[in-house]
Ligand binder design. Structure first.
Ligand code: 13P
Ligand code: ZN
Length: 269
């Protein structure tokens, strides 16, 4: 059993990690204007003080029902808020919400009535799915990494597992740290239920999912882990593009070398 002080310190640390990652997203050029969003399931860190906090907003309806999130608490980036601002002031550019008992709505409880991200349907659907699976994942990240989004404009790369294999073959670490690869979701309207539903399906098979011509969604035990997954894939994309810019198509690691990696590192596929 954690003490209230331990819970508060852990919560503070998780919010500090969000601010740290928001800074990386901005410096990497993945977060133009309000681009991207972060949510963290902080239910396990909610002390009795937080549990009894009064709502500071009306009840806000969700587009989906989330049976595994009854009474759960989340830190959410605010809609239209900038990552570069969130990096300095996470509680002014996001808010803490509580899912209501009907599992179809939420209310904001702290610190300011900042409306959560427009991608809340996808984020909360993923959290609901993760809790249902008994997963330890607590963080969901959506961001706009330049090279990966650029690659999603080529129909060839959108065919099943083509991009995953290409990215894995650029540098051995990519398969080691992103062993289930990158799932592809054909273009759908941002913030839609359809986008949320297809993300869930793909996350059962892949570490990170690509929203065609938009961005990626990654999950992790914490937000640093989710960020690392996107960073590793982006590094491979940059190596591919660097080689192309030098005028040649990179060889990529051979199938034999890839198989050897899977055996030595005990990777799933
Ligand atoms: P929000 O500002 O609502 O989080 O939207 C940013 C975004 O990237 C939408 O896909
Ligand atoms: Zn986006």
């Amino acid at each position: 059993m954690k003490t209230i002080l331990e819970e508060r310190l852990e919560l503070k640390r998780e919010i500090e990690k969000v601010a740290e990652v928001a800074g990386y997203l901005w410096t990497k050029g993945w977060a133009e204007r309000n681009g991207g969003n972060i949510t963290i399931n902080i239910t396990d860190l909610a002390d009795s003080g937080m549990k009894s906090m009064a709502a500071i907003s009306d009840i806000i309806k969700l587009d989906v029902e989330l049976p595994n999130l009854k009474g759960a608490f989340f830190y959410c980036k605010g809609t239209n808020k900038r990552m570069r601002d969130l990096a300095r002031f996470p509680m002014d550019n996001g808010s803490v919400i509580r899912i209501c008992d009907d599992c179809k709505s939420y209310e904001i409880i702290a610190d300011n009535p900042v409306k959560p991200t427009s991608e809340i349907t996808a984020h909360l659907s993923v959290h609901n799915h993760m809790v249902g699976k008994g997963s330890n994942y607590k963080a969901v990240l959506h961001t706009h990494p330049i090279e990966l989004v650029a690659m999603s404009h080529n129909p060839e790369f959108l065919k099943k597992d083509v991009l995953t294999k290409l990215l894995w073959s650029m540098i051995p670490e990519t398969k080691a740290f992103c062993p289930r690869g990158l799932g592809i979701i054909p273009y759908k309207i941002p913030g839609s239920v359809e986008l949320a539903e297809s993300s869930l399906k793909e996350l059962d098979d892949y570490d990170v999912v690509m929203w065609e011509k938009h961005g990626v969604l990654a999950v992790g035990d914490d937000i640093l882990e989710a960020f690392d997954q996107v960073d590793v894939l982006t590094k491979s994309a940059q190596i591919y593009i660097a080689a192309k810019n030098m005028g040649f198509t990179p060889d990529g690691m051979s199938d034999e070398a890839m198989k050897e990696m899977s055996v030595v590192f005990n990777l799933p596929k």
